[in-house]
Design a protein around this ligand. Structure first.
Ligand code: T46
Length: 144
């Protein structure tokens, strides 16, 4: 796991196996601290059929931990904790980002039909989202 400039945002290189000129199989394992994603994955979702240039996101999660990867295409994650901002390009199928703190995120599609996959530590709960940037700043100032 490789730390970034923002606490709670880490990069991992997903393990992969080449199958005799037939392509690559990527995999990671969760559920235990020794494994690649140190949280239980309760939900998987993925975003498909998105046109080039679209920007999604514009929110943070209070408690949710996620692993994000792009098995096909090129997507830029724009991540901020109000003090620092980093851009991470998910442009390889074996590159993943783990977000384990309340980080404001936007996702920009650089290639049409790029696929964004997410493994998440909790079931869907709209109350876990902060979708207003001013509220996010207040939340971070309060420390919760
Ligand atoms: C995230 C980024 C990377 C559900 O009903 N169930 C689900 O599991 C999810 C993920 C979403 N939804 C609903 C909520 C909205 O009505 O689907 C709709 C679209 O979700 P949203 O606008 O939040 O999508 P994105 O692309 O902005 O964000 C998504 C995830 O919601 C979010 O957790 O971190 O991908």
């Amino acid at each position: 796991m490789q730390k970034t400039e923002i606490g709670g945002v880490d990069l991992i290189e997903i393990k992969r196996i080449e199958t005799l000129g037939e392509g690559y199989l990527q995999f990671f394992e969760g559920n235990s601290f020794q494994k690649d994603f140190p949280y239980e994955i309760k939900r998987i979702y993925y975003i498909t059929e998105t046109p080039k240039g679209i920007c999604r996101g514009g929110h943070a999660h209070k408690a949710l931990k996620q692993i994000l990867f792009c098995p096909y295409g090129d997507i830029t994650l724009v991540l901020s904790d109000t003090k620092k901002r980093i851009d991470i390009k998910l442009d390889k199928p074996n590159k993943a980002v783990i977000i384990s703190k309340p980080i404001w995120r936007e996702m920009r599609w650089n290639i049409e039909n790029s696929v964004l996959c997410v493994g998440a530590s909790e079931y869907y709960d709209e109350n876990d989202y902060i979708r207003d940037y001013d509220q996010y700043i207040e939340y971070m100032k309060r420390g919760k």
